[in-house]
Design a protein around this ligand. Structure first.
Ligand SMILES: NC(=O)c1ccc[n+]([C@@H]2O[C@H](COP(=O)([O-])OP(=O)(O)OC[C@H]3O[C@@H](n4cnc5c(N)ncnc54)[C@H](OP(=O)(O)O)[C@@H]3O)[C@@H](O)[C@H]2O)c1
Length: 330
């Protein structure tokens, strides 16, 4: 727990507010914990209250241990406890996603850091209650909806607001075609790597589309590949011998899996590093620029994706929110 992380430890004021989706375990847990240990007020959006409450208790325990073990060597804030709280969020349901956003807005809080981290990987085909392939909705569409709804808050929250997408190098292993985006009638032609890879490709493309629209504003947008990381991600593909045993357990046996804090470092760095204020449109790996595909950088494809996404979400995004999202109302 004590090794010095690869991002700078900065002093974040308590009135700097962060939302981390999926902050109860894995990468999101480390991101939420470190933002809070540096001083931020953090809201973790999670689908299980029990898991969220247990996670917050664990964060506080680790914070106390860290303070005792290292004194001020880590230069962490010295609060009695972390300002982390939980709000219910199930990204597999637009209703739940909208409820999360409404509750957040009702609180009247600013929003300075939005980490779209929660996700499922390599799961078999399944449709959500809203009729979308599950990884498409959980990893991409619902996060897009959150961004659309929360951008008006971020635009008014003062300088240096940051949106971060937890993507994946799995985006390399899929095709791109908006016509088959929701696999209507052709799901069996695609595999789980395609479903997952596409959802992660869309996050990088969304990052570029937003970075273009919000150039030189108070909001910057970036993304990251964490590496292959030893989290609970493997629970999503227990039914697949190849992915759960050969790929995941095999990587673990070979010592190829990163720890959650190592995997989370790029996003934490992008969220807090003062030198990255205003930097937008980057795909980070190990806190530096990572390789990503020409498809993910293709502006025409990004705009085709944007158009189709807006079509899918047209019943949920108001005209006013659409104007803010297109940055034509400021
Ligand atoms: N681990 C890797 O090797 C790796 C590699 C590349 C990218 N990533 C990405 O990193 C992100 C975090 O994954 P992880 O490795 O930390 O996996 P993890 O340990 O399984 O954590 C995933 C988090 O997402 C949450 N989540 C899943 N479905 C959700 C839903 N419908 N609504 C709200 N939250 C939901 C989980 O909540 P519950 O605990 O309630 O299920 C959990 O908090 C994901 O986007 C993943 O695609 C991971």
């Amino acid at each position: 727990m004590g090794a010095r992380p690869s991002f700078p430890i900065v002093q974040i004021p308590r009135d700097r507010i962060a939302v981390v989706t999926g902050g109860n375990t894995g990468l999101g847990y480390e991101i939420a914990k470190w933002l809070a240990m540096m001083g931020a007020t953090v809201i973790i959006g999670c689908r299980s209250e029990q898991r969220a409450v247990e996670a917050i208790e664990r964060m506080n325990k680790e914070y106390q241990q860290m303070k005792e073990e290292f004194g001020d060597k880590h230069q962490l804030q010295t609060y009695d406890s972390l300002a982390v709280s939980f709000m219910p969020l199930d990204l597999g349901s637009f209703k739940s996603t909208l409820q999360f956003v409404d509750e957040f807005k009702k609180s009247g809080r600013n929003l300075h850091i939005l980490v779209c981290n929660a996700g499922i990987g390599m799961a078999p085909y399944e449709k959500t209650i809203d009729g979308f392939e599950k990884m498409l909705q959980v990893n991409y569409l619902s996060h897009f909806l959150m961004v659309a709804k929360l951008l008006p808050v971020m635009r008014k929250s003062g300088p240096d607001c940051r949106i971060l997408f937890m993507s994946s190098d799995a985006h390399r292993a899929c095709s791109f075609d908006v016509e088959t985006m929701n696999y209507e009638g052709n799901a069996s032609k695609f595999g789980r790597l395609d479903y997952y890879g596409r959802s992660k490709l869309y996050q990088i493309m969304q990052m570029y589309s937003l970075a273009r629209r919000f150039k030189d504003t108070n909001v910057s947008i970036n993304s990251s590949h964490p590496g292959i990381v030893d989290t609970e991600i493997n629970r999503n593909f227990q039914d697949s011998f190849f992915w759960s045993v050969i790929f995941f357990k095999g990587s673990k046996l070979l010592g190829k899996l990163k720890s959650p804090i190592d995997g989370a470092s790029s996003i934490i760095n992008a969220a807090v590093n003062p030198e990255l204020a205003g930097v937008s449109g980057r795909y980070y790996y190990n806190c530096t620029d990572g390789n990503h595909t020409s498809t993910s950088r293709d502006v025409n494809k990004q705009e085709a994706l944007w158009k189709q996404t807006m079509e899918y979400l047209k019943d949920y995004i108001t005209d006013e929110e659409r104007d803010v999202l297109e940055n034509i109302s400021s």
